[in-house]
Design a protein around this ligand. Structure first.
Ligand SMILES: NC(=O)c1ccc[n+]([C@@H]2O[C@H](COP(=O)([O-])OP(=O)(O)OC[C@H]3O[C@@H](n4cnc5c(N)ncnc54)[C@H](OP(=O)(O)O)[C@@H]3O)[C@@H](O)[C@H]2O)c1
Length: 247
């Protein structure tokens, strides 16, 4: 399939490793001009150099850093045609474990980053009558994951936000979608399940019999960004090897 993305500008956040880096690589392979963001500067610059991308360090949980990220992006490259909203996930915990400040921090990282990036980028997309926003969420939007209450509660809010926004901007040639990965082989997953036995238990529950690769999640994101995907908006594309379909 021709994606039609050559020459477009994309901002990919959380892209120094894992799923975000795979998305950056997937878009770069389509000829997209990239801006990559994450907090840790050294790794971000190293990966960005390999993809001839512009690296801009930023913490997505801070409003002022999102503002400066956009300012620098527009000065150095231009307004993004494509925005991929991705970062580390909220920390684990049982339903009543997080205190107010943990809920606040998770909301800033997971929900407010999606809202702030969209708010900043939609006006320029509207002017150009073209845009793609893809949020990386989680299968927690369909089935709560034990001991991950912050993700279970906040990811559905991102989903509802993007459905609402997607309908509002559809007539301007802009789509807003989510990709919901299941267990994907990244550093985050291995941090969540440091005990190999626990990871084997996770894998045993995946009908496909293995973890997804970051590149497989990225392929879904690149598809949603493509020109032929213009009529798909407000949707969640699940990449989980059948996990959420299992009774
Ligand atoms: N892996 C899975 O199995 C899985 C499953 C479902 C959903 N997800 C979700 O998919 C997303 C990506 O996961 P992943 O496994 O690829 O994670 P990862 O390997 O830990 O990578 C996370 C990326 O985001 C950056 N990041 C983290 N916090 C940030 C912040 N506050 N501001 C800006 N950048 C930040 C990290 O760099 P710095 O630390 O340097 O900032 C890194 O580049 C997460 O939201 C995760 O919850 C993952």
């Amino acid at each position: 399939m021709e994606t039609g993305l050559s020459g477009k500008i994309a901002l990919v956040t959380g892209s120094s490793k894992g799923i975000g880096l795979a998305i950056a690589k997937g878009l770069a392979a389509e000829g997209v001009r990239l801006v990559m963001a994450a907090r840790g500067e050294a790794r971000l610059r190293e990966e960005a150099t390999k993809l001839q991308a512009v690296a801009i360090p930023a913490d997505l949980s801070r409003a002022e850093e999102i503002e400066s990220l956009l300012r620098e992006t527009t000065v150095r490259v231009g307004w993004p045609d494509i925005v991929i909203v991705n970062a580390g996930g909220p920390s684990p915990g049982a339903a009543l474990a997080p205190d107010d400040s943990a809920w606040e921090a998770a909301a800033q990282l997971t929900l407010m980053s999606a809202i702030r990036l969209a708010r900043a980028c939609i006006p320029a997309m509207r002017e150009r009558k073209w845009g793609r926003i893809v949020n990386v969420t989680s299968t927690s939007v369909l089935v709560p994951i034990p001991n991950l209450v912050l993700s279970n509660a906040l990811r559905p809010a991102v989903t509802a936000f993007s459905k609402t926004l997607g309908a509002e901007v559809a007539a301007d040639g802009i789509t807003v979608n989510n990709v919901a990965p299941g267990a994907t082989d990244t550093e985050r997953l291995r941090e969540l399940y440091p005990d190999p036995g626990a990871l084997e238990t996770v894998i045993a529950k995946i009908p496909a019999g293995r973890l997804a690769s970051p590149a497989e999640v990225a392929a879904a994101v690149v598809f949603l960004c493509s020109v032929p995907a213009a009529m798909i908006t407000g949707q969640t594309l699940v990449v989980d090897g059948g996990s959420t379909g299992r009774a």
